[in-house]
Design a protein around this ligand. Structure first.
Ligand code: AMP
Ligand code: ZN
Ligand code: FE
Ligand code: FE
Length: 287
């Protein structure tokens, strides 16, 4: 059983269409795949159609979700995976819209800062790098910088101009992780904190953060992820065991946008069953 609970398509900053992602997941032999684009559900319908149309579609169970951008009290960026929620739950959908809207003005401001520093790039060039309805993100700006020849790759764009500590970095609106968990839960879904120790390497676990998230209804922790060191995994495992949380592993696949390969880390069938049973309804798509 191959279970990959965190992947991106070009409905956000991945490079594969949802349909291409479904094809590749089936080709790779994946049995359970979650589509978790940043702050959107825009890829869901295409993924469902692709699964229905695929001759071997019955091999794959599709878990629809989103990776919700959050911000902690101290300004730390936190990503919350929401899976199996009802996409007609307006409070959650409105919150995602608010974040996506704010990403547009944030991008204008980042582009203005780059221009002030003499780096020639336009907002139009950034938009040209994304699918019309996709969530706008720094990776699209990175692709525009590559297209202009300012840098050689997304990775180089991040290590030079776009990383969180850069003078060009600007935040966008996002809910607190507690708010995000409450919205996911009220929409009937499950909440798994994504790569919690990867945002700042060397950052020690703050158990108080987890206590608040658990009180808000956190269901699981993504532990096996390429951005986690061995010590970080063991610290997270301890927290998960102490609090009876589900533990997951996943690829965080972005197509050619990142090195991450489909199913490079996976979730065990036992943990997946536990997680799925915490959703209000059976919302896994199978054809
Ligand atoms: P944003 O959501 O606009 O703040 O951009 C953050 C996204 O950029 C993350 O979700 C990652 O997918 C992507 N990202 C971060 N660092 C890199 C990198 N070095 N190479 C490619 N993509 C990256
Ligand atoms: Zn991303
Ligand atoms: Fe993330
Ligand atoms: Fe991700």
């Amino acid at each position: 059983m191959l279970i990959d609970l965190h992947t991106h398509s070009n409905a956000s900053d991945g490079t594969d269409s949802p349909a291409a992602l479904i094809d590749k997941a089936i080709e790779r032999g994946i049995n359970v795949l979650a589509l978790t684009d940043h702050d959107t559900v825009a890829g869901w319908n295409e993924a469902i159609s692709a699964l229905s149309a695929h001759p071997r579609g019955s091999q794959l169970k599709l878990v629809l979700g989103s990776e919700i951008s959050c911000q902690d009290k101290d300004g730390t960026s936190i990503h919350m995976l929401g899976l199996l929620f009802d996409e007609s739950h307006q409070p959650l959908i409105s919150e995602l819209e608010k974040t996506r809207e704010n990403r547009l003005t944030r991008m204008e401001r980042i582009v203005a800062r780059l221009n002030e520093a003499g780096i020639d790039i336009t907002l139009e060039e950034v938009y040209a790098q994304k699918r019309g309805d996709a969530t706008l993100g720094r990776p699209h700006l990175a692709d525009a910088l590559v297209a202009r020849g300012h840098v050689g790759s997304r990775d180089e764009a991040f290590s030079t101009f776009l990383h969180n500590g850069s003078k060009f970095y600007i935040n966008h609106y996002s809910p607190s992780p507690e708010e995000a968990i409450k919205l996911i839960k009220s929409a009937g879904g499950v909440a798994v904190i994504a790569h919690p120790l990867a945002s700042r390497s060397g950052r020690t676990v703050n158990p108080e953060i987890f206590a608040d998230l658990i009180a808000a209804g956190l269901d699981g922790i993504e532990i096996d992820h390429r951005d986690h060191q061995e010590l970080e995994r063991s610290a997270l495992l301890r927290i998960a065991l102490e609090n009876d949380l589900v533990i997951t592993g996943s690829s965080d696949y972005h197509g050619t946008g990142k090195l991450n390969q489909l199913a490079e880390f996976t979730t065990s069938p036992e943990q997946w069953e536990r997680l799925e049973s915490k959703a209000r309804e059976r919302r896994v798509i199978s054809v």
